[in-house]
Design a protein around this ligand. Structure first.
Ligand code: FES
Ligand SMILES: [Fe+2]
Length: 322
């Protein structure tokens, strides 16, 4: 497993923070400029270290007060006279990028991916959300164009009932799949009116370990991208960190971001609601019907299970009305 976005930097202050990483709880804490990541389970009696305190780069367990440094080594056992036994937890790697905290297993050498906007420094806005449903359900929802007419009527679409024929090209690589939509005229929703007046191509992409990206390209280049870092968070929830990125455009980028963010939050709430309704309503074990326009779900599932998507060997194209 590589780097996983687990929290926004601003949510980690003086107190330790518990996050989920690869299905297990991890405690984050600050140690000067560094961020430390340890299993959130004291090796003594398994108390959550995140319920303890941090002082001078050491985290103190709330149960008997054992203290651990950022490498996972026990540095104090209150009441103990004489030498300390060696107690060593396996620390994880942690780092901050663009206001996001990433965690990786020890020995990970690659750098974390944050978002794909390159060139001039982009305008970034960060959001955090927690959604009922699996990473597969949430990733598919983010990348699915066909729900926007209904779930986001008026916000992303639906001021007009008119649909347009769109060509979709689906390609992939060893651990990613993307759908490229061409020929779509301007979407008739409020947000589209705000941002996308010359949009010509949009792209939805999923990449390992759990990154869903949407890109909106206009004639002058990339206009807006949203990158969601997803991870399992508890048995039936998915944690997500979203990055909205756009070109600076003089000062206009900031203005657009300020205008766009409230709509983005509304759309997120609409998605959270419908995904919760689906999850609560599903019968355990019932298989969903894969419709002809559910173009990415199976490939996302393959990537999540560590296999290459079918699109990596068999790219395909289709048309649909959006
Ligand atoms: S459980 Fe942590 S010190 Fe005892
Ligand atoms: Fe949505």
């Amino acid at each position: 497993m590589s780097w996983v976005a687990v929290a926004l930097s601003r949510t980690l202050g003086r107190r330790p923070l518990r996050v989920m990483h690869g299905g297990t709880p991890v405690v984050l804490f600050r140690d000067g400029p560094a961020i430390r990541a340890l299993p959130d389970r004291c090796p003594h009696r398994m108390a959550p270290l995140s319920a303890g305190k941090v002082t001078g780069g050491l985290i103190t367990c709330p149960y008997h007060g054992w203290q651990f440094d950022g490498t996972g080594r026990c540095r104090a056992i209150p009441g103990q006279i004489g030498a300390l036994p060696v107690v060593q937890m396996t620390a994880l790697q942690a780092t901050e990028r663009d206001g996001i905290i990433f965690v990786a297993p020890p020995g990970t050498t690659a750098q974390p991916f944050t978002h794909a906007v390159s060139g001039a420094p982009p305008v970034l806005r960060l959001v955090e959300s927690r959604t009922r449903g699996t990473v597969l359900d949430v990733a598919e929802n983010i990348l699915d164009a066909t729900h926007t007419h209904y779930t986001h009527r008026g916000i992303l679409r639906g001021l007009s009932a008119k649909r347009y024929t769109v060509r979709v090209d689906i390609t992939g690589g060893p651990d990613w799949v993307e759908a490229r939509y061409t020929g779509e005229d301007r979407q008739h929703g409020l947000v589209s009116a705000l941002l996308d007046d010359d949009r010509s191509v949009s792209v939805g992409r999923f990449r390992a370990p759990g990154i869903a990206e949407l890109e909106f390209w206009g004639k002058g280049g990339l206009k807006l991208s949203t990158t969601f870092h997803l991870r399992p968070d508890g048995p039936d929830h998915t944690g997500g960190i979203g990055i909205l990125a756009g070109p600076r455009d003089g000062g206009l980028g900031h203005l657009k971001a300020a205008l766009f963010l409230p709509f983005f939050r509304i759309a997120l709430a609409q998605d959270r609601r419908i995904l919760r309704l689906c999850a609560e309503n599903a019968q355990p074990g019932q298989k969903p019907v894969i419709g002809p326009l559910d173009i990415l779900r199976q490939d996302i599932a393959l990537i999540l299970s560590g296999q290459p998507p079918r699109a990596a060997t068999t790219p395909r194209s289709l048309h649909m009305l959006l």
